[in-house]
Design a protein around this ligand. Sequence first.
Ligand code: PMP
Length: 407
Amino acid sequence: SYDRPLTIVRGAMQYLYDNKGRVYLDAVNNVPHVGHSHPRVVRAAQQQMDILNTNTRYLHKNLIEYAERLCDTLPDPLSVCYFVCSGSEANELAIRLARTHTGRNDLVVLDAAYHGNSTTLIDISPYKYEGVGGFAQKDYVRKVSLPDTYRGEFRSDDHSAGEKYAREVKVAFDSSERSVPAAFMCESLPGCGGQIIFPECFLEFAYQHARAAGAVCIADEVQVGFGRVGTHFWAFETQNVVPDIVTHGKPIGNGHPLGAVITTEEIARSFNNGMEYFNTFGGNPVSCATGLAVLDVIEDENLQERAKVVGMHLITRLNGLKEKHSLIGDVRGLGLFIGIELVRDRETLEPADMEADWIINQMRNEQILISTDGPYHNVLKIKPPLQFSKDNADRLADTLDSILSSI
Ligand code: PMP
């Protein structure tokens, strides 16, 4: 992650401690969603581990209670829940559901997308197969442009940019070279793509086109779910859509290996074809106790609202820095999902990748952890645990300001 690697030995809320006792402000880890080693989550897991942990061969109240609680956070008709152990497993299962339901094979994905580490998911993740060590796009994959209103074909001054980007989704489904795809799969806000905020109505139109072709819509909420975007619990809600399948990972277990897939009864019925789905660790009593505690903490500590307020404050501060430092080309974000795109020239948008790398290393030396991402590795990525405070945001902005001033 950094030129001088860190040995982290302890975590508490939005802070990490290294083996020399130094404390770091964590502005990058979205897995410890409610805070590193949050005591309520730790206790819940410890207590259940003390009593029982089995696979799902038996009835258990934690499983039912957690499935119901999770489904309650989602709009109708999303009501059937499968538990898995990672974001990759969730996306793999989502693809199986979509293929079984539609009887089709092909998939439509966004450019620069990342959906996980399995063979199929690497096949459908341009972030990987187009990168170092990559390979040619597989026959069953159709890729459409990333709706990036800063760098893409249709920019933020175009009020119908969302509709225009979605037209490519229509073309991907209509093209007659191969059979019609099974699904349109995308993150509700692309993270690895460079913290992209979709233009208004993009998903609305994209979903319409996919459904008109008889396909299903899969929302990957692995990075952006559980209140991170502030205004809503799920990022797809910011685009006024209801997916057919939603996948969860990372923040769902606050670091415990947990994932979930939630779909409609209709799709679940198609999948219930006799083959059976079995997952040894998915949905075990300890995982469910952990997941339930995460939901409790988000609610009881008002973390979604906190993400909204602190995120807005940080974005305002960062926009202030953009006025002062020409290296900052764009500041974008929703809640505590924030990207700062660095460019050498605001006209040509030449990516400032080396500068971005240098900055995150300087930030690390100042004991603040952020990372870079995006197709050009020039986007500073901010996605802290939701315990992040206004004071933390000010410290991050002040430090970034002085580092930018020193270039
Ligand atoms: N989807 C998205 C959007 C992700 O960011 C990731 C992980 N970076 C995954 C899926 C895969 O999750 P996991 O690493 O838990 O398998």
